[in-house]
Design a protein around this ligand. Structure first.
Ligand code: SF4
Ligand SMILES: [Zn+2]
Length: 132
């Protein structure tokens, strides 16, 4: 068994983690994927494996957000303290730890996240359902 077997994104629609290149709303896809990644038990291994990948969300971080690990990260890549993203970018300040701890207590229903069988889905509706 590998970490991929425990991946919370298993069977979910790939477009959410790899938004269509022609889409001008890539962040809307990532916003849904991020909610899943934040609850994923294997995010560290995923992020580690995907650290140098050029495309897609790995460990809950977009390609831009993963540049935070490079020597010269893009300014917009680094998220504010008190976000799970900043925690995953390696900040363990009180605010980041608190938000990460809080998210572990959540018990979201990910059945609303589209699977590969779902041809048409509305990103805003899915995100809204996840944020309830
Ligand atoms: S962190 Fe996200 S992309 Fe990685 S295995 Fe988990 S759900 Fe999938
Ligand atoms: Zn922080």
């Amino acid at each position: 068994m590998t970490w991929r077997d425990q991946a919370l994104c298993k069977g979910k629609h790939i477009d959410l983690w790899y938004p269509p290149l022609e889409a001008d709303n890539q962040e809307e896809y990532y916003a849904v994927a991020r909610e899943v990644c934040h609850a994923c038990p294997v995010w560290r291994k995923c992020l580690n494996d995907g650290m140098n990948e050029q495309w897609g969300m790995w460990g809950g971080l977009t390609p831009l957000e993963r540049t935070s690990f490079s020597k010269n990260p893009k300014k917009t890549a680094i998220k504010p303290h008190g976000t799970v993203t900043r925690y995953r970018q390696g900040c363990y300040c009180k605010k980041c730890v608190a938000v990460n701890d809080a998210i572990k207590q959540q018990n979201k229903d990910f059945s609303v996240v589209p699977t590969m069988q779902d041809k048409d889905f509305d990103l805003f509706t899915v995100l809204y359902q996840l944020l309830q």
